[in-house]
Design a protein around this ligand. Structure first.
Ligand code: SAH
Length: 490
């Protein structure tokens, strides 16, 4: 993080703006709206500045019409320089640094100890976005998305929360109860009323809801467990439901296959517990994981058990669910994209195709006592695609058994490591050559094995995504992140 974001309280504090052109006025209007006492120093005033001064009638605004001098920094909290004169800008920066004052020289990041972000304003809710000055266009694009995604009336919702905050704090003794209470307010019918401009109704519902919560607060809250599939690694493959639950969780219990970019989407203050699973070496034994989930739920927590792929496909989700039922803990399973589907789609290997395979089988290659205990005659059928999870160690045995049971030796095979992730690696061979090729390519777990004629489509369908036509680029506007004028909240 190159810049540490903070929100400053400028009400009643002095801010110096050096310069009086268009850019200076843009900055002036922002700090002015935040309640600052603004001093503008400049030898000449631009027409926008004159118009601004007339509009606010000199209130909280002093204009000093002369060149900048160091003493102008006396008694100010913040300095912004927006002049066309590089020497003056440099001087302002040097003086401010000497006095340890935060300074921003507009559009000159080496001369900034603070920068102004792009703002989405739903006062009192304020969202600030910054690319640290590196990609202002990107920051503005994101602001545009947030602007359309967060209704303007979210500000009113935040105002409602502010009005009742102390009452709720006094009525509900624990942080967990208060968190649940506010989540219900913000996501349910009360928020709908606010969005529909029915604020009186929203307030009376909120009071009723608070009374309910107080009455129920003596009863210990029962937690719940969500067995959530996180997909094979690319965070774009998460479901909306998975994301929502990850954002609401009190605690997330996850294993090795859940990728880092996905972990970054978990609510920041949720507890995270790693119970890393690796074939034949579970970090935490399964019965301890089951007990952990039950204990956490019994503490009243909302638990997300995050698993790679789909929880009910070779994920032990079924076993965990059975134990939860036995312990009387409420649970829900949330499907994820299983790695077979992720691999197939990201490699250009359709798992079925009318010319090649009319069925597909998912099997585990997990070795039990060094043997792969599978129904070989069934798996060796032609016109079937065989997808093997956890099969890397047993690959030689698997290939031999399939040939022994009638599958053609030249049946094509793909082995894919880290499917859907930026470091995805693919090795193509056939039943006789694949084991050796995998060793040569140093393929490691997690890897998926796809066996069958559909693999022959790889050459034709494996289109790198950078061959896709690009949407015409937006014209680049190289300027500071400019915030829009504050929205008025009715
Ligand atoms: N529940 C998971 C599977 C867990 S078993 C799912 O539905 O995908 C673990 C095995 O899944 C690994 O040994 C590997 O064979 C496969 N796997 C998981 N993620 C993978 C990935 N990104 N790339 C390739 N294989 C993966």
């Amino acid at each position: 993080m190159n810049f540490f974001p903070i929100f400053t309280q400028l009400r009643g504090r002095k801010v110096l703006i050096v310069g009086a052109g268009e850019v200076a006025v843009r900055k002036l209007s922002l700090v002015y709206q935040a309640g600052a006492e603004v001093i503008v120093v400049a030898p000449e005033l631009g027409s926008s500045l004159v118009a601004f001064v007339n509009r606010v009638n000199h209130q909280r605004l002093s204009i000093i019409e002369r060149e900048y001098q160091s003493d102008d920094l006396n008694d100010v909290h913040l300095v912004i320089a927006a002049t066309a004169n590089a020497q003056v800008n440099q001087q302002v920066f040097n003086d401010a640094e000497e006095r340890k004052l935060f300074v921003n020289v507009v559009d000159n990041s080496p001369l900034c100890s603070f920068i102004t972000p792009a703002i989405v304003d739903r006062s009192p809710l304020t969202i600030a976005i910054s690319s640290g000055g590196e990609a202002p266009v990107l920051a503005r694009l994101i602001r545009g998305k947030l602007e359309s995604w967060i209704p303007a009336s979210y500000g009113k919702l935040a105002q409602l929360a502010a009005k009742f905050r102390h009452r709720v704090k006094a009525a509900l003794p624990t942080g967990t109860l208060r968190k649940r209470f506010w989540e219900n307010v913000f996501e349910g019918v009360i928020a709908d009323k606010v969005f529909n401009n029915e604020s009186a109704k929203a307030e009376s519902l909120l009071q009723q809801h608070l009374q309910h919560a107080v009455n129920a607060s003596d009863v210990p809250t029962k937690g719940e467990v969500y067995l959530v599939g996180a997909g094979p690694g690319d965070p774009d493959l998460l479901t909306f439901k998975a994301l929502r639950l990850m954002q609401q969780a009190d605690v997330v219990v996850y294993d090795r296959l859940v990728s880092k970019p996905i972990l970054n989407l978990i609510r920041r203050d949720a507890d995270r517990i790693y119970v890393g699973k690796e074939k034949a070496a579970h970090c935490v034994p399964q019965n301890e994981i089951n007990q952990l989930l039950i204990d956490l739920a019994n503490q009243g927590k909302r638990v997300v058990r995050l698993k790679g792929g789909d929880p009910y496909i070779f994920g032990r989700g079924g076993e965990e669910a059975q134990q939860l039922v036995k312990a009387g803990v409420a649970f829900e399973a949330v499907p994820g994209i299983t790695s077979a589907a992720g691999t197939a789609n990201y490699c250009g290997i359709p798992l079925t195709h009318r010319d090649f395979a009319q069925s597909v089988t998912f099997a585990t290659g997990h070795l039990k006592n060094n043997t792969v205990d599978l129904n070989w005659p069934a798996l060796a059928q032609s016109n079937n695609t065989l997808v093997i999870y956890m099969g890397l160690t047993g690959l030689t045995t698997i290939s031999e058994q399939l040939i022994n049971h009638g599958r053609l030796a030249n049946t094509p095979v793909a082995v894919v490591q880290n499917a859907t992730r930026p470091d995805q690696k693919v090795v193509i061979g056939d039943l006789t050559s694949i084991a050796e090729k995998v060793v040569q390519a140093k393929i490691e777990s997690p890897a998926m094995i796809i066996i069958g004629e559909v693999v022959s489509l790889y050459d034709e369908l494996n289109q790198p995504s950078n061959d896709l036509p690009l949407i015409e680029a937006l014209p680049l506007i190289e300027q500071d992140d400019v915030a829009e004028p504050l929205r008025k909240i009715a």
